[in-house]
Ligand binder design. Structure first.
Ligand SMILES: NC(=O)c1ccc[n+]([C@@H]2O[C@H](COP(=O)([O-])OP(=O)(O)OC[C@H]3O[C@@H](n4cnc5c(N)ncnc54)[C@H](OP(=O)(O)O)[C@@H]3O)[C@@H](O)[C@H]2O)c1
Length: 277
């Protein structure tokens, strides 16, 4: 059975491929169990997704020991004041049926809540043993630096949208410079990469699929963990099978050149920060 390599960041060891679980009703316990049985050791959920219960059930059904699984959940932007934050973490652990997660993230920044209060609540969850590691999602680089400065515990990851259609070179460089793993969400462009001519041509030459080529391109940056979502057992297994081939410099460059101005998918009006492009 294949396992993804683990990426180090400030004491964390983050498996480079994880299972995304957003899309309520789509990803069920059986898919989580299938992923773990196929060799996944990293599962991404969030209070907001409504999939924590299914993730917990899938983990237990898989028989994979809890200690081997890197489990991430997130606190939504409505719950970033200290008291609500603590309540949200408690609800997550209850829904998951675990007594700790491996990674707890602030899901989106929220400009009306003082960042210092949120970072204090995040660090407190770690110090209470409710999470092993902490990080943020959807922060721009300036906000990430504020978060690092204000947080009494080290952050290990920035979770951000990242795939070949979106230019995230500044964010990748920022994570590298700060010793963070970039956790790439929508790594398959939420399906939009399907049918891309460049990915298809490289995939055909390598005997791989467009999805495997896109994930491999992320892996070769060396500091990126990707969390593709699938509710199809074959595609779940396929998305982990990206460690037996390599893209050469020209292929990396051609895939990097697919970036486009309208490449961003997750851009909620009113909540998104000014992105680094
Ligand atoms: N922090 C945040 O704000 C944030 C935002 C968005 C997402 N996320 C996280 O990131 C995860 C991934 O992002 P996402 O779910 O939006 O998009 P994604 O993983 O880029 O794409 C998912 C889509 O790709 C399809 N797919 C998966 N593997 C495939 C393969 N090998 N070949 C062909 N199609 C394939 C899936 O369909 P099938 O199910 O039919 O395979 C699904 O429609 C989420 O589930 C969530 O955990 C976080």
């Amino acid at each position: 059975m294949q396992l993804a390599p683990r990426l180090p960041a400030h004491g964390a060891e983050i498996p480079a491929i994880g299972l995304g679980t957003s899309g309520i009703g789509d990803v069920r316990a059986e898919h989580v169990a299938a992923a773990l049985e196929a060799g996944y050791r990293h599962i991404d959920t969030a209070r907001k997704y409504g999939t924590e219960r299914a993730v917990g059930e899938g983990m237990r059904a898989s028989g994979v020991p809890r200690a081997e699984i890197f489990l991430c959940t997130k606190v939504s932007h409505e719950n970033l004041h200290a008291a609500e934050f603590a309540r949200s973490v408690e609800q997550s652990l209850k829904a998951l049926g675990v007594d700790y997660v491996d990674l707890l993230l602030v899901h989106w920044p929220e400009k009306n809540t003082p960042l210092a209060e949120t970072m204090g609540a995040l660090a407190k969850a770690k110090r209470q043993g409710l999470t092993r590691h902490i990080g943020v999602a959807n922060f721009n680089i300036a906000m990430l630096d504020d978060a690092i400065r204000l947080c009494p515990e080290p952050l290990v990851t920035l979770q951000a949208e990242c795939h070949p259609y979106l230019d995230q070179s500044k964010v990748i460089a920022a994570c590298r410079a700060r010793g963070l793993v970039l956790t790439a969400y929508c790594p398959l462009g939420r399906g939009r990469l399907r049918g891309d001519a460049v990915l298809a041509e490289i995939a055909k030459r390598k005997g791989k699929t467009f999805a495997q080529v896109a994930l491999r391109w992320l892996m070769q940056h060396g500091i990126i963990a990707a969390i593709p979502r699938s509710s199809n057992p074959e595609r779940i297994a396929q998305n982990l099978d990206v460690f037996d081939f390599a893209l050469d410099d020209d292929e990396m460059r051609r895939i990097g050149a697919l970036r486009r101005a309208d490449g961003r998918i997750a851009d909620p009006f009113g909540r998104a920060p000014t992105w680094d492009v």
